[in-house]
Design a protein around this ligand. Structure first.
Ligand SMILES: C[S@@+](CC[C@H](N)C(=O)[O-])C[C@H]1O[C@@H](n2cnc3c(N)ncnc32)[C@H](O)[C@@H]1O
Length: 259
């Protein structure tokens, strides 16, 4: 099996389309993440770490709640995090799997990061070790269910994209469905989870984000040979069609605290 690559080798973070895809991701999923922070009562003075911060919307939210001086945001690529650094948040180019502890925290949050890592267990154990006693780890992950799609071509495209992500990055699209058990295995206590399977309505922001995520891998999908360009175009058009409805996207949040 070929070696996996790191995210910035897989995705061109300088690309305008990727910037827009991340902005769309934030607009779709920030309410879900903010509800998770509300649940834990994240507020003034909490020392917070955002791992794999992307464009930084949740790190901004943590700064709003806890104070910018209490927030650290990491990513393999900090290219999109300039405005966050200017706001007073500490921004670090940092690999969650390899680099030294970036501090000690009352809250560590990450969204759509651990599910894409080749060694998820190591990532969770490391983050659990960066918590203060009583500190929380809040992990969010996504999962698709291609076999359940209401559109055969969307289902096939989704399955093909999952295969590319698994091979190139080490992504496990089913990992979210095992939460919160991996947090317990990492030694955390009081672990629980919450999941939402929102309607994927053609033309909605969620459908457009799924369409753009498919585009991210379409060259690799074509190279695999299971789908044609016409198939991928039909899948993209389906995501834009308001008469399309699907329930194949699941977002899971899981949290637990250091004893
Ligand atoms: C799907 S994006 C999600 C971005 C952001 N968490 C959000 O939800 O808006 C995954 C992010 O994780 C980062 N990432 C991937 N592997 C990482 C690693 N080993 N250490 C730190 N960050 C990583 C990527 O660079 C990318 O910004």
């Amino acid at each position: 099996m070929p070696e996996t690559v790191l995210w910035p080798e897989f995705v061109d973070t300088t690309d305008r389309a990727e910037h827009e895809r991340l902005a769309l991701l934030e607009s779709v999923f920030d309410p879900f993440s903010r509800a998770g922070l509300d649940r834990l009562g994240v507020g003034a003075g909490w020392r917070c770490l955002e791992v794999g911060a992307g464009r930084g919307s949740i790190a901004f939210e943590l700064a709003r709640r806890a104070g910018a001086a209490n927030v650290t945001a990491t990513d393999l690529s900090t290219r999109l995090l300039g405005p966050l650094a200017e706001s007073g948040v500490q921004v670090l180019r940092h690999d969650v799997l390899r680099d030294a502890a970036p501090g000690e925290f009352d809250l560590i949050h990450c969204r759509f990061v651990v599910d894409h890592l080749p060694d998820r267990r190591r990532a969770l154990e490391r983050m659990a070790g960066w918590l203060r006693p009583g500190g929380w780890l809040l992990v969010e992950a996504g999962s698709t269910a291609p076999a359940l799609s209401s559109s055969p071509v969307v289902g096939r495209a989704m399955a093909a994209a999952n295969a590319v992500l698994a091979r190139r990055l080490g992504t496990d699209p089913a990992w979210a469905r095992s939460l919160p058990l991996p947090l317990e295995a990492a030694g955390l206590a009081g672990c629980t989870a919450h999941a939402e399977a929102p309607p994927v309505r053609g033309g909605s922001p969620l459908a457009r984000w799924l369409r753009d995520t498919l585009r991210l891998v379409d060259d690799a999908v074509l190279a695999d040979g299971d789908l044609t360009r016409a198939d991928l175009d039909r899948a993209a058009a389906t995501y834009d069609d308001p008469s399309f409805i699907d329930y194949t996207w699941l977002t899971v949040a899981a949290w637990g605290r250091r004893p």
